[in-house]
Design a protein around this ligand. Sequence first.
Ligand SMILES: Cc1cc2nc3c(=O)[nH]c(=O)nc-3n(C[C@H](O)[C@H](O)[C@H](O)COP(=O)(O)OP(=O)(O)OC[C@H]3O[C@@H](n4cnc5c(N)ncnc54)[C@H](O)[C@@H]3O)c2cc1C
Length: 469
Amino acid sequence: MGRTFQLFFVHLLAIVSAARVNTTTSQLACSALSAGSLKSLVTTSGPQFEAGATHAWNLLNSQLVPACVVFPQTTAQVATAMAAIYKTGAQYAVQTAGGHSAMEGWDNVQGGVLIHLMNMRNISYHKASGCVTFQPGLTWGQALDFLEPYGVAVAGGRVNDVGSGLLLGGGISYLANAVGYSADTMREVDVVLVTGKVVTATANNSYSDLFRALKGGANRFGIYDNSSSAAVLTAMAHFAKNVNDPKAAFLLYQFNSFANGVITPIIVLNAFYHGSSLPNSSFGEFMAIPSLSTNLTAMSYYDISYLLGDPGAPISLVEQFGASVLEGSDDVTPYLEIFSQYSTLCDQFKTELGGTTLSFTIVMDSQIEAGRARGGNIIDAPRGGFYMIQFSMSLPQGPTNLSPALAAARQIFFQKAPRTTGLPLYIAESDKSQQVFQTYGGYQEMKATYAKYDPTRFNVEHTDGPSGL
Ligand SMILES: Cc1cc2nc3c(=O)[nH]c(=O)nc-3n(C[C@H](O)[C@H](O)[C@H](O)COP(=O)(O)OP(=O)(O)OC[C@H]3O[C@@H](n4cnc5c(N)ncnc54)[C@H](O)[C@@H]3O)c2cc1C
């Protein structure tokens, strides 16, 4: 608090990317790349290859073995790599320094070509325009480290080791209710199309449709104890319906840890208020609930970004996400129901699970309005105040596959968990099986934009990612 924020615009290099794998085409692509101008950037084995191939946060992705890994440093090099992939018809995947995709196969590819963006780390701040220009190989924490001396910040993720791929899903920062989705703060994006052609998309140039589709198009376009849970859920349902304060943001989650069949639950509220005092009207109902521990303190945006996430933590767990969405309401029944279903699932598989989280992120009218004022995005969520709900689960160290029973029970949970129709699911928090694009207000527009920029459907046929296009 007490820090002045400026507007944050992002100039991101996003390649319009891309699981059937044809090893011949992949070998052809890797051979062509190894023999060409990128040869010093292509690896098929050794420490650098391992660093890229096993970099993904999710063990489901870091255990996939690509045929080769390309480490471009410039847009032109990304374009060269993409052109070779297109020409040979190879399967491919794109990964950033974050590598935080929870979806198996979306940021690595067994036997295909992995374009790893981890060496694209240039960043600059232009004081006059208030713009930050950066390549996609930086995590949000690294971007904030660079920007902190200038007293400005980018609206990245709430966890500092997440990467720039967040923008392609929309992106939720602690400033979302004031500035919109993180993607809504983008001003200009350099895009490498599947053919290798490079275009720059803005809200007002001839690629404005692409610019809009990138904001949600993913890789296709380029605390309290358990007895207090009802009170917390009630406060939440009321908050979404009644509070529209762009200075307020929170991430509330119930975390279960599992050991020897015993579940240890905890509810954590990370509430953030961008101001010099905390009005009772925003978090009053939450603050009235007795808690085991409260830490109320003034912090900068930079400091808060280091509350969650540990860049040095091991990143080799099997993780799976799934999403729902609920409108704000005086009726807390659906909130209690989703919590009940989540608790039942956790109890049923308490000897198999390592950890689970049910988290709620508020999307206020102010966030939707801020995004629309900047030209909007393809998610095109309605006004009204709602929660993006994320269910994540991890296995303990060791197993790399869910039991068939747990895999099936997750799918039943996604089908039966309460969900408000007409509200968009958040792609970065969903399960692969969930039809996220179809929930977007701009779904038909997105399909038309996709057909225009990838008429041969190379992306959907050659890289794993969301369905629906
Ligand atoms: C621990 C954790 C905390 C999180 N916290 C937040 C949060 O606070 N707010 C939030 O909004 N989300 C959050 N997320 C979700 C996060 O936004 C998504 O997982 C996001 O996709 C991660 O981006 P990345 O760059 O780290 O990962 P990657 O896996 O490298 O990329 C994600 C996807 O985008 C594609 N992609 C990335 N860059 C490009 C590019 N330049 N061109 C083409 N395709 C590309 C990749 O191929 C992949 O499919 C969190 C996830 C985790 C695991």
